[in-house]
Design a protein around this ligand. Structure first.
Ligand code: FES
Length: 128
């Protein structure tokens, strides 16, 4: 299992084997802007700040420019982390926590941090 840390938050989610970034986010009670879910529209762009990803299926080559790929932009619907990653979701991606009760089961245990809180979309969610 790899960890997906949401940049600017204390949230690190456990990703299951071969699970895309969006699949982990949705399983953990988050939602973001997506459409095709198959690497064809580019709505699910995120920036991989740290770590490595690979694509688990074909993505349309023309959706991301070579420069965007070099900068770490990836398509979250097809990207599978191959190491612990930190991602930034652009504001237009509208990442938000819609089901905080699910988040507690997906949070990675962190020394001292516990499974107590999540933050997304500028809101804090306290999970008991
Ligand atoms: S949702 Fe369309 S490329 Fe990811």
């Amino acid at each position: 299992m790899t960890g997906i840390t949401l940049a600017g938050t204390q949230v690190t989610l456990e990703s299951r084997a071969d699970e895309s970034l969006t699949a982990t986010l949705y399983r953990a009670g988050y939602a973001m802007r997506i459409a095709c879910k198959r690497g064809g529209c580019g709505l699910c762009r995120v920036h991989v700040d740290q770590g490595q990803i690979s694509y688990n299926a074909h993505v349309c080559e023309s959706v991301l420019t070579p420069e965007e790929r070099e900068q770490g932009i990836t398509l979250a619907c097809r990207a599978v982390p191959t190491s612990d990653v930190t991602i930034s979701v652009p504001e237009e991606g509208r990442l938000r926590c819609v089901a905080p009760a699910f988040t507690r089961y997906a949070l990675r245990e962190q020394s001292g941090a516990g499974k107590g809180a999540a933050q997304a979309g500028g809101r804090d969610w306290v999970i008991d």
